[in-house]
Design a protein. Structure first.
Length: 444
């Protein structure tokens, strides 16, 4: 029993010392709280409210040159510099771009020309037949008239009378048939004329020419390749009319499209020209929306000047539609307007002050505390808010946050002490005001 007591005695002493130390610390000491304010200066800035989107640089007018007849590509033409037409070639309207094999189309044209000659000959023959039929009709008419007179005088028989009448009626039919043959020949000539125009046009289509002055963006065939034209023309070349004016086709989300208007100024950047800002104007808002993964977007056409020729087709553009812009205005951060401090940090005389509903409030240092100030705000952009007629000046200090820092081993008071511990000061230092700064300077 005595041995057990001897073993428990040291443990009990350690426990008692620990409990005593913990009680002494909680009784005689407490943490010192340092309160500091997060501040910022009111600054003058240019604010811009914008809508961001991405788009693609496109030529203002893009023409797809196709082949309207089928055949083998025999050769390419030459561009304005005398070189063979290829990617990037500058061509003028009427320049030969490519030649399709025209042997079959030339033969078809000659065949139709021969058919036209036949039709013209048929007309001549029909006209001669008409003159012959008219002569026979005239003779038959005279004989019929004479037969009527003789028959009335009983000078000819009834059989001769009937033959004269039949001959006259037959001559009339032959005359009408000759005239019909003439109309048929004229119709055949009209058909051959139409076939001739078609054959001539098909032959002309074998020469693919540039419809406008422009630059070859894409060449989609090679010499020896056969193009087949069916319901739609085969695409041969893609020509950009000019590069002095370019467009940016921008995909705008449905949530923002209501704010985009024709004539709205636009700024955009191109990755290949870092640090350069290009400008443009909204030209058109297309109404044919597209949906991708349940996201509805609209295409907005932005026109921009490209007199220097730096912009080329299909570059990606990072676009900003400029909604509003303010120059050199006093601003404060959104964080300062969102700051709502606890009542204990506000100066006592302002703790019960009321403000109108939806009032915008900022806080400034007031000695060891802060005080609220109502402000009127304007444009908000890029995390900053415009201050309209504020009771502040540039570089005035605004509070947007509070930080409390606990520092251990601060004494609880002069009336409590411990012979084993030092006695540091327990002063609370608040804020960024002059009093707080003097307290810190004095080591409090």
């Amino acid at each position: 029993m005595k041995n057990a007591l001897k073993m428990l005695l040291p443990i009990a002493v350690v426990v008692i010392i620990g409990i005593g130390s913990w009680w002494g610390y909680k009784t005689f000491y407490r943490d010192r709280i340092i309160v500091s304010y997060k501040t910022e200066n009111i600054t003058r800035e240019d604010l811009t409210s914008s809508i961001s989107a991405s788009g693609t640089v496109e030529p203002e007018e893009l023409i797809n040159v196709g082949a309207q007849v089928s055949g083998k590509i025999m050769s390419f033409g030459t561009d304005a510099e005398g070189n063979t037409v290829d990617y990037g070639s500058f061509v003028k309207a009427g320049t030969l771009l490519a030649q399709i094999d025209d042997v079959l189309y030339a033969a078809a044209l000659r065949e139709v020309n021969a058919q036209k000659l036949q039709a013209e000959a048929a007309i001549t023959s029909a006209q001669a037949s008409i003159r012959q039929a008219e002569a026979k009709l005239n003779l038959a008419g005279i004989n019929w008239k004479r037969a009527q007179e003789l028959y009335n005088k009983k000078a000819i028989s009834k059989s001769d009378y009937d033959d004269s009448e039949a001959a006259y009626i037959s001559a009339q039919a032959d005359s009408a048939a000759a005239k019909a043959d003439l109309e048929r020949a004229k119709a055949q000539l009209a058909i051959t004329d139409a076939a001739l125009i078609k054959a001539q046009r098909n032959l002309d289509y074998c020469r693919i020419t540039a419809p406008v002055d422009g630059i070859i963006i894409d060449r989609r065939v090679s010499i020896g390749q056969t193009v087949v034209s069916s319901m739609s023309a085969s695409s041969i070349f893609l020509i950009a009319k000019e590069f002095k004016k370019m467009q940016v086709w921008v995909s705008v989300n449905e949530a923002d499209i209501g704010h985009v208007k024709v004539g709205m100024p636009v700024e955009f950047n191109i990755d290949t020209f870092p640090g350069t800002t290009f400008t443009g104007v909204v030209k058109k808002v297309r109404l044919n929306a597209t949906m991708s993964q349940n996201v509805v977007t609209y295409i907005v056409e932005v026109v921009t000047d490209n007199a220097d020729g730096r912009l080329i087709p299909y570059l990606t553009a990072n676009v900003k539609f400029i909604r509003e812009r303010r120059k050199n205005v006093l601003t404060v951060s959104n964080a300062a307007l969102r700051f709502h401090p606890e009542e204990r940090f506000i100066a006592p005389e302002y703790r019960n002050k009321t403000f109108p509903e939806n009032a915008r409030i900022v806080y400034v240092a007031e000695g060891d505390f802060i005080k609220p100030v109502e402000v009127k705000t304007g444009l908000s952009a890029s995390g900053r808010v415009e201050l309209i007629d504020p009771p502040f000046s540039e570089n005035d200090v605004i509070v947007y946050g509070v930080t409390e820092t606990a520092v251990a081993s601060a004494p609880a008071g002069k009336d409590k002490s411990s012979p084993f511990m030092p006695k540091p000061d327990n002063t609370k230092v608040r804020g960024g005001g002059s009093a707080a700064n003097r307290a810190r300077a004095q080591g409090k």
